[in-house]
Design a protein around this ligand. Structure first.
Ligand code: HEM
Length: 451
């Protein structure tokens, strides 16, 4: 093959604007990423930090690029040359920002380790309605921050409030302890099923990027109203629209102020998880629990809460990964991403957990088990299962989770159905469907599992 043209790092440094083109280097390669900037799943602001520079030090923090995903492949498709003065190869002596991450349960399915992204295995999913803390799914964007709970302070302020600073002891002693059972789900859950139709960017999750716990803590609305003085009058007068959560790991996200202040929203500042002190992995000392809303808004390691007219900044709120597009959209040319609302409540879904996809069963009667869940607190009222491509359906029995309060059904509902075949058949090769109905509407989501 023809050798690549050679460029020096000072030549790369001249290319950091749209007019001149945006170049970066990685190891020995030089890349023109101008057209990719808008499509970057981690957001435009983040990738622009590396414009005209080597991306190696940035990818040492965001190691998901060099893990199982397609970032290296994507970058290679933008190669324009070789670097004449490449940086010395990483000899592994530089201190890794992930060294202090906690030990993790080997049953988890790890997609990345640095940052950790791991899902709950299907085998453990419907064993217990409350997922044991040790196998709860993990979705991190950075190293787990090391925080001394004694020194930790939460600042609560923003427009229409009086700014206050609270310790963990203040939260525990000045507010009533509340409990909420909630299922949290990563916005990318089940992406591997989408990938079977067309390849997407991001972690190829199965359906285990969701888990359920009983969280204990204080209501956000009580802290905002009784301590920071944010009233409904102030919200109107100052046009407050969002409540921003800033994490001590550097990420931020926001929720609409209506959800934050609603007496039915049950948004929690949580310091307990399944009766135990919240652990480092899941956001200690205090994390946000926003029931019914996409996982990324349930910000861990809270440091600051801000009432604001604008939603949070950054890729986890305004980036393309948390916005929805028509299936026909192949690139984002001409689309004003800012105008597309950020994901909040998640839609209804159901999944068959056993028999496991790809397994073989040779029985007349098969016990099919799974879960159904809807965002927005919409309870599950029915689940149907089909073993013949949707021609006939068996209504499942609803089990744990079926009696949650109307419109505040924050946790999943387990279900079970017995399906009988006329002849002995082999599940492998048969396509099965589970669909669920929530209490708000008659629309169904069909969970399509291939066997
Ligand atoms: C996410 C590609 C540069 C920060 C991603 C993802 C891809 C990607 C494919 C989705 C990964 C996944 O979730 O599995 C690229 C390419 C780059 C580049 C081709 C070439 C220049 C950068 C730089 C930074 C960065 C320089 C930081 C300064 C991020 C962040 C995410 C991300 C923060 C989101 C991670 C998360 O949600 O956990 N990028 N990236 N990227 N990228 Fe990049």
């Amino acid at each position: 093959a023809e050798p690549w043209p050679l460029y020096s790092s000072s030549e790369v440094a001249k290319h950091k604007t749209a007019e001149k083109g945006i170049w970066v280097s990685y190891k020995e390669g030089v890349y023109d990423i101008t057209k990719f900037i808008e499509n970057h799943p981690g957001g435009k602001d983040k990738i622009m930090l590396a414009a005209g520079k080597a991306i190696d030090p940035f990818w040492r923090i965001y190691q998901q690029h060099t893990g199982r995903g397609n970032a290296v492949e994507l970058l290679e498709s933008m190669r324009i040359g070789d670097l004449s003065d490449p940086p010395p190869a990483d000899d592994g002596t530089c201190s890794c920002p992930y060294n202090k991450d906690p030990d993790r349960h080997p049953a988890l399915i790890f997609h990345n380790n640095k940052p950790c992204n791991a899902e709950l295995p299907a085998e453990l999913m419907v064993d217990s309605w409350l997922t044991p803390n040790s196998v709860w799914f993990i979705r991190h964007h950075h190293p787990v921050p090391v925080i001394d709970p004694e020194q930790w302070r939460l600042s609560v302020g923003g427009i229409g409030t009086k700014c206050v600073t609270l310790s963990l002891e203040d939260l525990k002693s000045r507010f009533l302890k509340r409990e909420v059972v909630a299922t949290l789900q990563c916005g990318g859950n089940r992406r591997s099923e989408l990938d079977q139709i067309e390849k997407t960017s991001g972690i190829p999750w199965g359906f285990g990027a969701m888990s359920t716990a009983r969280f204990g803590g204080v209501y956000l609305r009580e802290v905002l109203q009784h301590c920071a003085g944010l009233s409904h009058e102030n919200v109107e007068a100052f046009e407050v629209q969002h409540v921003i959560f800033k994490s001590l790991d550097g990420m931020e996200a926001s929720i609409p102020v209506e959800k934050a202040l609603s007496p039915y929203g049950d948004v929690l500042l949580a310091y307990e998880m399944n009766g135990e002190t919240l652990n480092m992995e899941h956001g200690a000392p205090v994390r946000a629990i926003v029931p019914g809303v996409v996982g990324v808004r349930n910000v861990k390691w809270l440091g600051e809460i801000i009432a604001s007219r604008e939603e949070a900044r950054g890729p986890w709120q305004r980036g393309i990964a948390y916005k929805g597009f028509s299936p026909m959209v192949k690139d984002l040319k001409g689309i004003d991403i800012e105008k597309i609302p950020s994901m909040q409540d998640l839609p209804i879904q159901s999944a068959i957990v056993t028999p496991k996809a790809g397994s073989t069963v040779e029985l007349d009667d098969v016990e099919v088990k799974g879960f159904a869940w809807s965002g927005g607190g919409r309870g599950i009222v029915r689940v149907d299962v089909s073993i013949d491509e949707g021609n006939t359906w068996v209504t499942a029995d609803l089990l744990d989770g079926k009696d949650q309060p109307y419109n505040r059904a924050w946790a999943w509902t387990f279900w079970e159905a017995s399906v009988t075949s006329q002849k002995t058949w082999n599940i492998s090769g048969v396509r099965q469907l589970a669909k669920s109905q929530c209490c708000h509407c008659m629309c169904f989501f069909a969970g399509l599992i291939r066997y």
